[in-house]
Ligand binder design. Structure first.
Ligand code: SAM
Length: 444
């Protein structure tokens, strides 16, 4: 049996996701199990059988979810949406004992209230189940067994069953405490955009809880990102359990053989915060990635951690203020100890309580890049368009990406011997990169 799937992803990562899905089809599946469709803003369509949908869940590092299309039809109002949902054979997918949650996203929908439309989809599913299965499912918005998504455009309503459950950036190994600002699937997509491959050194000098490093280590070791978690499709009646057992057992075999190669990683991290490094170590341990070397270091003092031209990637603290620890001559306030294990809380605190300009920190960081990282390519994800000016480096490329709702740029700097492109701090912040953003030119 074949289905239409849609894999949403962080905006800006559609092309890397399409490339990744093509690789999954080629490396993990028999021919025809996953056939790529169009990539559209916010995700990629594909067609496939159960194994295709399951493999996308298990192996995609970039997708946020994998949604299975149930129905699509033009609509004008809530009643049309109710009728479409009421006609679907939900009883074939789950029983009334399962709890449900409905989510609606809309682009240019004429409807006035999406909440009301959500209620109508819920009513339709419950009415159908009461008729056909003798009881209605309960709603659980926090931990539902089954999630239904409705996507509304100006004219069409599409209903999807979510085969992922929890979003796919939740790999199952991150410690909950101390929210990490960077989602795993965004980090994985950025790694792909950098053109990094496991033979090259990779260094994150502001690694925080280690998201880039953990994602890179899993790529290097060929560890399926979904191996430590469960999926929504495991609760669906029609799911092909034999195909799932096969896919999982293959991925387990790969992981077990990868563990013996763990010493070959060329992945390095440092951060000024010992608290963040503790978190990174705990995360690596839970993910079975014990051998990523980490150092407590001010990024201004960084040196290449390995011989050879590598890739440096980081998302420096956002915002116009940064606390530069260890050189805070003005003695600005620091977050109290009990606050220091929550990064976002710390950042909010710093913005309010510190007055140290970014400029000095980023200028010193730029100097470190120019003086010590010849031959490397550096990538910074930030919402601050002034970053190249602050580093005094001219970017080779800039790729628009969204970190949640926050519009960011992934700036690339090529630190080529004798030709590092200097840029005065006063240069306009949005000077064109001279090359298209995106993955195509990332290795040039
Ligand atoms: C936005 S966070 C990076 C988050 C990280 N990508 C993760 O996955 O958790 C920025 C990091 O920069 C670190 N940082 C701030 N000032 C620094 C400095 N002077 N040198 C090195 N790291 C610094 C912070 O401790 C924080 O962990």
């Amino acid at each position: 049996m074949s289905f239409d799937f849609f894999a949403p992803c962080p905006r800006g990562l559609e092309a890397p996701l399409a490339a990744e899905l093509a690789e999954i089809a080629q490396r993990r599946l028999p021919p025809g199990a996953l056939q790529l469709g169009a990539d559209v803003p916010g995700g990629v369509h594909f067609r496939g059988n159960w194994a295709g949908g399951m493999a996308a869940n298990l192996h995609s590092r970039i997708a946020s979810r994998v949604l299975l299309k149930i129905a699509q039809r033009p609509y004008r109002g809530e009643q049309d949406i109710y009728a479409l949902a009421r006609e679907q054979q939900w009883e074939k997918w789950f029983s009334p004992n399962e709890t449900i949650r409905i989510d609606i996203t809309a682009i240019k929908s004429p409807l006035r209230s999406l909440e009301f439309a959500t209620l109508r989809v819920k009513d339709a599913i419950c009415d159908r189940m009461r008729d056909k299965a003798g009881a209605r499912p309960s709603v659980d918005t926090a931990y539902p067994d089954v999630r239904v998504f409705a996507f509304l455009t100006a004219n069409d309503c599409t209903l999807y069953l979510d085969t992922s459950g929890e979003p796919l950036f939740k790999r199952g190994w991150r410690l909950d405490k101390g929210a990490a600002p960077l989602r795993e699937n965004l980090a994985a997509g950025i790694l792909r955009l950098t053109g990094w491959t496991p033979e090259m050194p990779l260094y994150d000098p502001m690694c925080g809880s280690g998201t880039f490093l953990a994602e890179a280590a899993q790529v290097a070791l060929d560890i399926a990102p979904g191996l430590s978690r469960s999926f929504g499709f495991e609760r669906l009646k029609q799911a092909d359990t034999a195909a799932w057992r096969h896919l999982k057992s293959e991925a387990n075999t790969l992981r077990n053989s990868a563990m013996s190669r763990a010493t070959d990683l060329h992945i390095f991290g440092s951060d000024i915060s010992d608290v963040m490094l503790e978190k990174a170590r705990a995360n690596f341990a839970r993910a079975g990635l014990g051998k990523v070397p980490l150092k407590q270091l001010d990024a201004r003092n960084m040196t290449p951690p390995a011989v050879g031209n590598g890739v440096l990637v980081a998302n420096p603290p956002y915002g116009e203020r940064i606390e530069v620890r260890g050189r805070n001559a003005r003695g600005e306030a620091r977050a109290p100890r009990e606050m220091r294990d929550d990064y976002e809380e710390q950042e909010a605190f710093r913005r309010v309580h510190t007055d140290a300009p970014d400029a000095e920190f980023f200028q010193a960081l730029g100097d470190a890049l120019k003086q010590r990282f010849t031959g490397w390519r550096a990538f910074f994800l930030t919402s601050d368009r002034k970053l190249p000016g602050q580093l005094r480096l001219r970017e080779a490329a800039k790729t628009p990406l969204f970190n949640g709702a926050l519009e960011c740029r992934l700036f690339r700097f090529d630190l080529i011997a004798g030709s590092v492109r200097q840029r005065p701090a006063s240069a306009g912040q949005d000077v064109a990169a001279g090359k298209n953003p995106g993955s195509a030119d990332q290795n040039s």
